[in-house]
Structures are given as C-alpha cells and as structure tokens.
Design a binder for this molecule. Structure first.
Ligand SMILES: Cc1cc2nc3c(=O)[nH]c(=O)nc-3n(C[C@H](O)[C@H](O)[C@H](O)COP(=O)(O)OP(=O)(O)OC[C@H]3O[C@@H](n4cnc5c(N)ncnc54)[C@H](O)[C@@H]3O)c2cc1C
Length: 485
C-alpha cells in the first residue's frame, strides 16, 4: 500500500461514520460523486515541544525518558490509557539483557544492554515486579537468562518514571496525521476527548510499532505480514507445579529458569516443554504455545494462541475477524487447561490485551537495513548506538561465539525525511534479522538511542543526518549505554 491508498482509506472511514448516524442533517455537507465526504478544513490549537515521541510502548517509554533527561521538552503520545505496549501484552520474558554466554563454554558473561532499560528493571525489582535476570538451567542455547515482569506494575512504574522526568504524557490520545513541509516533519496531529490538536516539534521519534507517524509523513513502507498475531492471556487460579509436572511427564521441559516468584527466590519462573496426548493435539489447532513465564504463584502470565491473519494486518476489517478468532481460541485454551492439567480445574482468564499484538506491522524504509549476516556474524559499525546479543531463532541462528552485533544509527533514520527517527519492530526488512532486532530489550535500547539523538538534534536545531556521531556517542555513554569498545 502506498501513501495515497493509506490516505484514501482514512477518508473511507468517514463514510462509515456517517452511516452510523442516519438522522444527522445533511445541510452543508459536501459529497464528491456520492462516495466521498469532503471534510471541512478546521483550525487546530498548536502545542509546541522540542521532541515528539509517538507510542508509549517498549521503545517509546525509553525514548521519551532519554529525550527528557537531555533537557528536551518532550511529549509522549499514546492511544491507550497506560504505558508499556507489547512488553505488557504480547511477550513472555524480556529478551535479552545478556550475551548468550551459557551456550558458548569459555565465553564471558556480559550484560550488554544497560542504561535506562536496566533502570526500569531496578525499579521493577524494588516493587517486587520482576523475576530478576534469572539464569536458564535448561534451554540456555536459546537465552542465557529469563527476565520476567509483572505486566501491571510495569505500566505503573514506567508512568511514574516518565512523570519524574517531566515528560508530557498524552495518554488516551491517538495520532491521526502529520504536518509535512517538503522533506521535514513540522507536526503531529492528534485526537482525544480534549479535541484535535497540532503538536509541533523540532525532532520526532516514531515508536508506534506500526509506523503510523512515518506513514502519515510520507515514508516508504511495506506490510510483510510475515508473523502470526496473538493476544496473550493471563491465566489465574492455576497450580504452577501441576503444570510443570504435566510437562515433565510428557517429554520434559526444554526451558527452565528459577528466580523470584511471589517474593520467594529459587522458584520456577520460566518453563516450556511437550504438552502430550490430547492436550497437545487440541492446543496445536488453536496455535497455543506451552511456553510460560511468570512472577506470581498460581498465575500463568502469558498463555499465547497464535493466529496468522489472512489479508492485511493494517486492514481494520481483516483484523476485526482476527480479534474474534483469537478470543475464541483463548476460551478454548482455558477449557484445555481445566480439562487436562491437574490443579487447573478452576482456572480463569484474568487478563487480555485491548487489541491483538503483532510482531510486525509496517516495515519502514530506513537509510540502512540490518542484514542476516550483520546479526549472526556479530558485525559492528562506526555509527552504532547500542549492541545486542539475542536471536529469537536460536539455537538455529545465534550471534557468533556468544558475542554481540551493533545497531547502526542509520538503521533508525526514516529514509527521505529530515527529522524523523524510527524505533522498534518497524525496522529490519529480512525476517531472520528481524527475529533479533524486534525483541523487547533491543527495542528499549533503540529507544534510548533515538530519544537521546532527537533531543540533541532539537538542541542543535539540526536534521538527523547532521548530528555529529561523537556527540551522540558521548551522550549515550553518559546515559549508561554499554558498548564493546
Ligand atoms: C505475541 C508476541 C509475543 C512476543 N514475545 C516476546 C518475548 O517473549 N520476548 C521479547 O523480548 N519479545 C517478544 N515479542 C516482541 C516484542 O514484544 C515486540 O517486538 C516489542 O515489544 C515491540 O516494541 P515497540 O516499541 O516496537 O512497540 P510496542 O511496544 O507495541 O509499542 C507501540 C505503542 O504505540 C502505541 N500506538 C500505536 N499506534 C498509535 C497511534 N496511532 N497513536 C498513538 N499511539 C499509538 C501502541 O498503543 C503501543 O503502546 C513478542 C511480540 C508479540 C506480538
């Protein structure tokens, strides 16, 4: 889909809105050939900031914190009423703050993502909302640690941190457009119950996962639809030990980690294995994964039912069908636990996400596209802004010798736009390296880089490509970001 089709779709939504209110007066309404409603022009109030960050999810929270701490007047725009994004809704453990040292005997254990992402973990630990970086005792050729979080405390902790940093947190606010002047973004247009507003800034960071700001600004994009979507559920009133015993009895667990659970150390926080028999056969039909991560007794934090969307993941109607299908699968998942797992007879669904999560929406064209070889060969770059060592396809694909690769600054610049950074799951076209760069901790690290860079660009009044790398590198170093050399 190109930009014109995207805009056309927005206009088409107006027709549906009219049909929903058949008693409205038609006086003064302009229609073109009966199929289009022409929206009247409207004056919008302007708010001015140094940096606009769109999307208060995994990368956006960190980007806004980083920008504000550089002294930039920063607004964070989020359509939901809380922060955290897919960290709190889709995933299981936060992959990964460490290199894959356990899979490579002799390789040193290194924490390769630090800075603001680690600060969030410290704050989560302080309120009993994290398992800690629990070492894997089985399945460590996939990840060396399991870092599990309490999803609800993550929302509170990150909102508090943003408040402390002085970020203007515009939750319940939807980005609906962009103001573009040549190749430069001037503003973001938002909608909320306080009305429509034009948010002006010098630098912009798109952390919306779907690349909404980049698309509105006219950036080139594709919609690969190369993953299943999912709405993971929290399953309460379950016997964790009963579930682990079930897995052990049906082929054993192939992933296992012990960490802090309900405040007690040395408890199982991560496990995965064969379901066995009728449970396994029924689970396969609903795309259910047996992988579990938790920080609470009697609670399975993320039970996932995957579903590959036929059609487009940015088409409202295709996704509406998927929302229903996944909810049916979730109900079936609860039924299967009740029926097959001892101690889960009274399990119930305690949490769902407000909408489906997807591992990739739009893919935004950037100045550099990270390749499969960059990741598995552990390549580093002259302009790198962070390093990372996890691959979600491990052990099939791992970063060479338990090392790291670098994320180049260029990979975070929306091609053709002077002052727009992109962050998170919307970068990296090849599915294989995307299986690395899209993971939570990588998105968080990218957020620290783009938020810091956006603040520096705003201060220097320069475009993203005119920011001297040495200045950015120095600021990232001061912010606690880890580099290999
Ligand atoms: C089912 C699933 C399981 C996963 N499992 C794992 C795992 O176990 N471990 C791991 O490390 N990673 C996992 N991932 C990957 C990882 O969670 C995501 O890739 C990552 O969290 C994406 O971060 P992000 O910052 O790009 O987007 P998000 O965290 O999704 O943030 C985007 C934010 O933008 C907001 N937004 C979007 N559009 C607008 C708009 N127009 N206006 C205002 N706000 C907007 C959204 O509401 C959201 O808060 C999983 C992903 C999925 C979908």
């Amino acid at each position: 889909m190109n930009r014109r089709e995207f805009s056309k779709n927005s206009i088409m939504l107006g027709v549906g809105a009219w049909a929903a209110f058949p008693n409205n007066s038609r006086a003064g309404i302009r229609e073109q050939s009966g199929n289009y409603y022409e929206e009247p022009a409207k004056k919008l109030p302007i708010r001015k900031f140094d940096v606009v960050v769109v999307g208060a999810g995994t990368g956006g929270v960190v980007a806004a914190l980083a920008a504000a701490r550089q002294g930039a007047k920063t607004i964070l725009i989020e359509r939901k009423g809380y922060t955290g994004g897919t960290v709190t809704e889709g995933g299981t453990a936060l992959h990964s703050f460490y290199n894959l040292w356990k899979a490579f005997p002799g390789v040193k254990k290194r924490q390769v993502v630090k800075g603001i992402p680690q600060e969030i973990i410290d704050r989560m630990m302080a309120v009993g909302g994290c398992s800690g970086h629990a070492e894997m005792v089985r399945g460590y050729d996939y990840d060396s640690v399991c870092t599990a979080i309490d999803t609800e405390l993550y929302k509170l902790v990150t909102m508090q941190m943003l408040d402390e940093a002085g970020v203007f947190l515009a939750v319940n606010t939807l980005l609906t457009g962009a103001i573009v002047d040549g190749g430069r973004l001037r503003g973001a247009i938002t909608d909320s119950r306080s009305g429509r507003e034009a948010i002006y800034a010098k630098a912009f960071v798109d952390c919306s996962a779907y690349g909404d700001l980049a698309a509105f600004a006219g950036a080139q994009y594709k919609v690969p639809n190369d993953y299943a979507c999912c709405n993971s559920i929290g399953l309460a009133n379950v016997d964790l030990d009963g579930y682990v015993a079930h897995l052990e009895a049906h082929g054993g667990s192939n992933q296992l980690a012990y960490g802090l659970r309900s405040g007690q150390p040395g408890k199982v926080v991560r496990f995965n294995g064969g379901l066995g028999g009728a449970f396994r056969d029924e689970a396969r039909k609903i795309g259910m994964s047996s992988m579990i991560t938790t920080v609470h007794d009697n609670y399975l934090m993320f039970v996932k039912c995957n579903f590959k969307v036929p059609g487009s993941v940015i088409n409202r109607d295709d996704m509406a069908k998927a929302e229903l299908e996944v909810r049916k699968r979730q109900a079936k998942a609860v039924e299967l636990f009740r029926k097959h797992v001892p101690g889960c007879e009274k399990a119930f669904m305690a949490r769902t996400s407000p909408t489906l999560n997807i591992r990739r929406g739009r893919l935004i064209t950037c100045d550099y596209d990270i390749t499969h070889e960059d990741v598995i060969e552990g390549r580093h770059f002259d302009d790198e802004v962070m390093v990372y060592g996890f691959h979600d396809n491990a052990p099939r694909y791992q970063v060479k010798n338990g090392g790291t690769y670098g994320i180049p600054y260029r990979a975070l610049l929306a091609a053709g736009i002077e002052n727009l950074f992109v962050t998170g799951m919307m970068i990296t076209s090849d599915h294989r390296p995307h299986m690395s760069t899209r993971n939570t901790v990588c998105c968080m690290g990218q957020g620290q880089a783009t938020g810091t860079a956006a603040a520096l660009c705003a201060r220097k009044n320069c475009g993203t490509r005119d920011l001297p790398y040495r200045d950015l590198r120095a600021a990232l170093g001061k912010g606690g970001v880890y580099f290999e050399s």
